[in-house]
Design a protein around this ligand. Structure first.
Ligand SMILES: [Zn+2]
Ligand SMILES: [Zn+2]
Length: 417
């Protein structure tokens, strides 16, 4: 009873989030947020090359009176908004990059850059977060703490040989000064309809580890395979054996995927191939399952190769992405309740997805909460999945995204006080 009344007192002392004002501001700003999204959509830039985008973001944040650090992690931006009341520090994150895809949508703001497209909705993320910055800047006098806006490059992965993305933002101190106590992020997509948000209080996205396997052969006439060493049946056996890691060696209750997405070898129908190269990706929700799969992948590649008297090498593309696992207390205490106020019954618990994000890198410094913003609209014919040439987002969801991010930040700071 004593605990309950102490909590009630604390709750009463905390300045409540101005829901109605956030809503009104987000709705008033909606046309401007749409305009920014369309401008970014027409001018997509690839990972670590977001020069125009980063510059635009830094200028907008300066116009709003934020302290701006730019560039961070190559083309990224960090904006700091100090509220009029003392309190904690919370970070909100968006990503800036497009993808090497030729857009097939027939839109007035269609990509003007050949072969590059905002096919993952990061244009919407950036526009939404700029909108949230404007909403919160307008209410700054009553804001009980500090909000750090993270605009990170290269979420889709830095070009080969380059660093980038969330890990580089963290290494360059994006969360250190002021010291961030929680990070909120989100992703748009056709997982849910416009008007809905999806969240979990545990895993929401999977880990991802991209790898390449090379099987060595010895080329010879196709009629005399015994004179050489044929890597094609070895690779075929490897593809099948790798699936038994997923189906026979990992606990069936654990989500996991192993995909070989590309296989290439040989030159002609009657020549034994000299080598086979395979690219794949591995996904899991549990860090233990992730490392177990990596170990078994290496063992299987080596073992199958050896059984055929050949060698194979396995290489991971980079350090990969850890699973995105929402902090339980943050999800139940702040994330879920805030989304339920903004989206009403549209805020739903979702099953974790097998896609991945570099967002959990921010988790090395602070607990985080990540949610899905539904942008599918069947009536408007908007439903293609992320990373396709016809991907689009229902812009009616943008003000909801603005409200959600502003509300999450304020709720966290209000609770802290
Ligand atoms: Zn993507
Ligand atoms: Zn994305």
């Amino acid at each position: 009873m004593i605990l309950v009344s102490a909590l009630a007192l604390l709750a009463a002392a905390a300045p409540a989030t101005p829901d109605a004002e956030i809503r009104a501001a987000a709705e008033r700003l909606a046309p401007a947020v749409v305009a920014v999204r369309r401008d970014l959509h027409a001018h997509p830039e690839l990972s670590n090359r977001e020069e125009r985008t980063g510059h635009l973001v830094s200028e907008r944040l300066r116009d709003l009176g934020l302290e701006v650090r730019y560039p961070v992690a190559k083309t990224g931006v960090v904006g700091v908004l100090r509220g009029g009341l003392p309190g904690g520090v919370v970070a909100l994150r968006a990503d800036l990059d497009g993808l090497p895809i030729e857009e097939t949508n027939d839109l007035p703001f269609k990509s003007q850059v050949k072969g590059v497209m905002h096919a993952c909705g990061h244009d919407a993320h950036t526009a939404i977060l700029l909108g949230a910055a404007q909403v919160l800047a307008g209410l700054k006098a009553r804001l009980p703490g500090t909000v750090v806006f993270l605009f990170q490059p290269a979420e889709e992965g830095a070009p080969v040989g380059e660093e980038g993305g969330a890990p580089l933002m963290v290494r360059e101190g994006a969360l250190d000064d002021p010291k961030v106590e929680a990070v909120f992020g989100f992703h748009v997509g056709s997982w849910a309809a416009s008007g809905q948000a999806g969240w979990t209080d545990g895993p929401i996205f999977a880990s991802s580890d991209a790898f390449t396997i090379e099987v060595e052969g010895r080329t010879v006439h196709g009629a005399q395979p015994h004179m050489g060493l044929d890597p094609i049946p070895v690779a075929a056996e490897m593809v099948m054996a790798l699936q038994t890691i997923v189906s026979r060696q990992i606990d069936g209750r654990q989500p996991r995927v192993l995909t070989i997405g590309r296989i290439q070898g040989g030159t002609r129908f009657n020549i034994i191939a000299g080598r086979v190269v395979m690219d794949g990706t591995m996904r899991a929700h549990d860090p233990g399952v992730r490392s177990e799969m990596k170990t078994r992948l290496a063992r299987t590649v080596k073992g199958v190769a050896e059984a055929h008297g050949t060698t194979a090498t396995l290489r991971f593309a980079d350090e990969g992405n850890p699973p995105t696992v929402n902090d339980l207390a943050l999800a139940r205490g702040v994330g879920g309740p805030a989304l339920e106020r903004v989206f009403g019954k549209g805020a739903v618990r979702v099953e974790p997805q097998m896609v991945a994000e570099d967002f959990p890198s921010f988790g090395s410094k602070a607990p985080y909460f990540y949610f899905l913003l539904g942008t599918r609209n069947d009536a408007k014919g908007i439903g293609s999945v992320n990373h396709t040439a016809s991907f689009d987002v229902d812009e009616d969801a943008l003000p909801l995204g603005v409200r959600a991010m502003a509300t999450l930040a304020w709720d966290f700071l209000a609770r802290k006080r």
